[in-house]
Design a protein around this ligand. Structure first.
Ligand code: ZN
Length: 191
């Protein structure tokens, strides 16, 4: 979470194959509360390749570890997770099995800059998805990667990470968020 987000209201995939970052919409965008249906088209395809490339670029730009298409106003069941060294694209992602043991951890979201909450989630998950080359992938994820996959899968189902948080805990997190935003603005002015 390195930069602050600008709110763009005109997102659409360009007709040219240019790879440019996507806008990240704010928390009130209607698409963040919609369940995104399965992608039925062929993979690989120019649409999926372009979308995945742009999601990866946007992820890198913000120094984030996960980004869903609907955070960028694109109505496709697609997300990317990973870091600079290792990124995976997940189309029609699913959780097949998950650990009974839940683990609490801090979570943030590009849609909510500076907001962090503690969330309980299964420790590990076995997942299935199609990658952008059309390969069906099954893998077991643990730790932060497992958390990230679950967070992005929630986006695909119209669930925002704050939706299950108790009002008081959310209030505290939002106060801290204001401080973080102020600090970031001060830092930016100094540059
Ligand atoms: Zn998110």
């Amino acid at each position: 979470m390195s930069e602050f987000l600008t709110i763009d209201t005109g997102a659409s995939l360009p007709k040219t194959p240019d790879i440019t970052p996507l806008p990240v919409y704010d928390e009130n965008h209607a698409m963040l509360r919609q369940k995104i249906p399965e992608h039925k088209g062929p993979i690989p395809s120019p649409l999926i390749s372009n979308l995945v490339a742009r999601l990866k670029m946007t992820l890198k730009l913000y120094g984030a570890i996960g980004l869903s298409a609907n955070q960028c106003g694109v109505f496709e069941r697609v997300f990317v997770i990973g870091t600079d060294q290792f990124q995976i694209s997940c189309i029609n992602p699913k959780i097949i099995r998950s650990s009974a043991q839940l683990i609490k951890g801090d979570e943030g979201c590009l849609t909510f800059p500076g907001l962090y909450v503690k969330l309980e989630r299964p420790d590990w998950v076995e997942v299935e998805f199609t990658d952008d080359t059309g390969k069906l992938v099954q893998m077991r994820l643990e730790g932060l990667t497992a958390r990230c996959f679950q967070h992005e899968l929630d986006h695909m189902n119209g669930i925002r990470f704050i939706d299950g948080i108790k009002p008081l805990a959310l209030q505290v997190a939002k106060k801290k968020q204001q401080k973080i935003i102020k600090q970031a603005i001060r830092k930016k002015k100094k540059k």
